[in-house]
Design a protein around this ligand. Structure first.
Ligand SMILES: Nc1nc2c(ncn2[C@@H]2O[C@H](COP(=O)(O)OP(=O)(O)OP(=O)(O)O)[C@@H](O)[C@H]2O)c(=O)[nH]1
Ligand SMILES: [Mg+2]
Length: 752
């Protein structure tokens, strides 16, 4: 079967932002204007398509990223009137009527039959023609903004080709805008910006735009200007077209051109001039024309801007108000116009699992199938759902694939395209698409799935380490039996969630990114798996390390009749810089320990690492060198060397200046000026270090590094300290050695 949709007309994009900037509100408009939904879902009414989880709807926040597919014909292609009249006819049951009933030939109901295209009678042919020429498939992922669910942003950006970064027009750049921006930088994801909420009191396009320039990138360029602000916010001026638009109809569904307001004309000329200059600088030929005083044609400007966006040298900035239904259609135009198709990004790089050679696989249907599993979810109806990005080749139902990381073959029994929590069964998936597999058994996040005849390894996704833990205890014996299975299922889904046993007490400790993260996990365990549990208070996920160097030997020798035990190893331990993890070096010369007993020594060390010498926290940032030892012809065994390795390691660490590491958080507090003294004094008393202070309107913004241990309950404290007017966000920054006095308290606490 040939491919149903041209790859160059596909856009895989994510919506990313700080919490509450309006990502889901924007996404719901996208679904409406593209005809996927017949009604706009609202976050505050708990009836959104994209935030479908109960917990999301109750809390009005996104927790898990949701994917969907929509089709879009840019407004400039003449689709300026009634975008989808046919939806009325289709009935309101299925959220994707067009996909279900009409098959793949007619994904866009609005363009069929008696559509209200401006041309009128010849609607059908005109519509078909227009669709062929202009329609694009947008695969869209709405991500959460809360730092606790950052995993969802990271893994989405890893597989997406472009992103829309949404900003709150009052706050401008916020902490998670920065974090997510840096993730996008890391994966070189081209972006467009959307300054949202311009209807709010205190909204400012200029200030928000400046904050993007100052804090995110000097390459940002305004391609729009707002007409009016706050309650007067009316529409936008498109600078390249030099046209003004407003959004008419009950849901702003009609994009209507209006005259540029008299008062804005001088500004529009000037801002357009600045924009054209920035674009011209991106292309030698254009620059020559520009410097020669020639007018540059719109298609040329668009072409060069597109090239620059894809190369990450320019970032267009737009504006609007999703809640008030303004500007979203033009944002979609920009997605089509400026963000890359899978063909526009470099071919995915992979390594040959046998030779280690680097291989690039282009986004081509004729290449062997190559995909990355970026998310595993449990669906109540079909079980395990493995989301994947198909980088190359075609995946067909009924075929076999290999999970290269696990070296296991699996049969492809069902392929689905996801629309939030709804599934659309498909027979095949082409290069450049995003879809999910049902029923894969052993695939976890970050695994590479390939044609068994041509296996390759794609780079895995790295995730932040959990910093907060809580003890969890099943309520009844029945819960006890189900709890471990439930926790392991949840752990399979979420690479930032860990389950561990406390070796001291035998209790279970779950750890994750923050209090909210763990609260949601416990809640999901109850609702989805029927497991009730009591939880303790949140505690810091400390780590241990060493700060010096030492050598020690471990001898495990038992020779009491019969066959004995003999393991003997000399180890050197040495501290490494933060975030180095663990390195094992084998420096045995002359066979003082035979090769077969070296892996057991390493294994013994690795086991000891999980249970640090001061307070049983995991040990990190150290190098262990095995440099000497001895063996016995008869009595030596793997088990004996494992124990010897572990003994030597613990002994050496005792002499290498061990210490406990604690997570230090990047905290940003917003508080009115009047409370500044109290807030900073309190941060100091929490061992915090103020990193900077700035103004945001009448509000002070305080950035500080504070140990996580001091931050529990801060949400309540900041409210009472500021009469409810202050707020804060925090995210993990780095690990630091705890002061000795506190180290003693931590060790005593663990002994109790
Ligand atoms: N005034 C105004 N409010 C908006 C606008 N867009 C969204 N909101 C409101 O802001 C709140 C948060 O919107 P969401 O769409 O849930 O924001 P989000 O970015 O998806 O939030 P998370 O997914 O939790 O990070 C909701 O109450 C929205 O109704 C807007 O343009 N203007
Ligand atoms: Mg959301």
């Amino acid at each position: 079967m040939p491919r149903s949709y041209p790859i160059e007309k596909t856009r895989n994009i994510g919506i990313i932002a700080h919490i509450d900037a309006g990502k889901t509100t924007v996404s719901e408009r996208v679904l409406f204007y593209t005809g996927v939904s017949h009604k706009i879902g609202e976050v505050h009414e708990g009836d959104t398509v994209m935030d479908w989880m109960e917990q999301e709807r109750e809390r009005g926040i996104t927790i898990t990223s949701a994917a969907t597919t929509a089709f879009w014909i840019p407004t400039y292609a003449g689709r300026l009137t009634s975008p989808h009249p046919s939806l009325e006819k289709e009935g309101k049951t299925s959220p994707h009527p067009s996909l279900e009933k009409e098959g793949k030939t007619s994904p866009h109901p609005s363009l069929d039959g008696s559509t209200a295209l401006t041309t009128g009678k010849e609607g059908k042919t005109d519509g078909d023609q227009r669709r062929k020429e202009y329609e694009h498939r947008i695969n869209l992922i709405d991500t959460p903004g809360h730092i606790d669910f950052t995993v969802e942003v990271k893994r989405s950006l890893r597989v997406l080709d472009g992103a829309v970064v949404v900003f709150d027009g009052v706050a401008g750049v916020e902490p998670q805008s920065e974090t997510n921006w840096h993730y996008a930088d890391e994966y070189k994801v081209p972006r467009v910006c959307f300054i949202n909420k311009l209807d709010r009191m205190g909204a400012s396009f200029d200030k928000s735009f400046s904050s993007i320039l100052e804090r995110l990138t000097p390459n940002a360029v305004a391609i729009q200007l707002p007409i009016g602000l706050e309650s007067e916010f009316q529409g936008v001026v498109d600078l390249l077209q030099e046209k003004a638009f407003e959004f008419q109809g009950e849901h702003g569904e009609r994009v209507v051109e209006i005259p540029i307001p008299e008062a804005m004309q001088a500004e529009v000329v000037q801002k357009r001039h600045e924009l054209v200059e920035k674009i011209a600088e991106q292309d030698d030929q254009l620059l020559e024309h520009y410097l020669g005083g020639e007018a540059i044609a719109l298609p040329d400007l668009r072409r060069v801007l597109r090239k620059a966006v894809i190369a990450n040298t320019l970032v267009p900035v737009m504006c609007g108000s999703a809640l008030k239904n303004k500007g979203v259609q033009l944002m979609l135009d920009a997605v089509v116009e400026y963000l890359p198709s899978p063909l526009d990004v470099p071919p995915i790089k992979a390594t040959d699992p046998k030779t280690g050679a680097e291989i690039a696989r282009p986004a081509d249907d004729n290449q062997p199938f190559t995909a990355l599993a970026f998310k595993v979810a449990t669906d109540p109806y079909v079980g395990a759902l493995t989301y994947f990005r198909n980088y190359a080749g075609i995946l067909k139902r009924g075929s076999y694939i290999v999970n290269v990381n696990k070296d296991q073959q699996e049969r492809v029994s069902r392929i689905v395209r996801m629309h939030a929590n709804q599934r659309e069964e498909v027979d095949e998936i082409y290069a450049g698409e995003i879809a999910a597999l049902v029923g894969l058994k052993n695939t976890t996040t970050g695994d590479t799935l390939c044609d068994p005849a041509a296996p390759l390894l794609l780079e895995r996704i790295t995730f932040p380490e959990p910093v907060i833990g809580i003890r969890i205890e099943p309520k009844t014996k029945v819960d006890l039996e189900k709890m471990s299975a439930a926790l392991h299922r949840l752990m399979d889904e979420d690479p930032t969630f860990r389950v561990a046993g406390d070796p001291e007490t035998g209790e279970t400790i779950i750890s994750g990114m923050g209090e909210l993260h763990l609260e949601i996990i416990v809640d999901r365990m109850k609702r989805e798996f029927g497991v009730e549990a009591n939880v303790g208070r949140p505690q810091v996920a400390y780590k241990e390390t060493i700060n010096g160097q030492a050598e020690a030997e471990g001898k495990y020798i038992r020779q009491t009749g019969g066959r004995g035990q003999y393991g003997h190893a000399w180890l050197r331990v040495k501290s490494l810089p933060r975030r180095s993890g663990f390195v094992f070096v084998n420096a045995i010369k002359g066979g003082s320990i035979p090769n077969e007993f070296i892996p057991p020594v390493e294994k013994g060390v690795r086991e000891a690492l999980t249970n640090g010498i001061l307070a049983h926290y995991p040990m990190v940032d150290l190098e262990v060198t095995l440099f000497d030892g001895s063996y016995h012809e008869v009595d030596s065994s793997e088990a004996a060397f494992k124990i010897a390795g572990s003994m030597a390691f613990k002994e050496a660490c005792q002499h290498a200046n061990p210490s406990i590491l604690e997570p230090i958080m990047n905290v940003q507090v917003l508080a009115p000026q009047d409370f500044l003294g109290e807030v900073t004094g309190d941060l100091n008393s929490k061992r915090g270090q103020i990193q900077g202070m700035s103004d945001r309107g009448t509000v002070k913004v305080i950035d500080a590094h504070v140990p996580l241990a001091e931050m529990f309950g801060y949400a309540t404290q900041i409210r009472s300290m500021t009469q409810g007017r202050g707020s804060f966000t925090m995210e993990f920054d780095h690990y630091e050695v705890v002061p000795k006095s506190i180290e003693t308290q931590i060790i005593d606490g663990r002994k109790k």
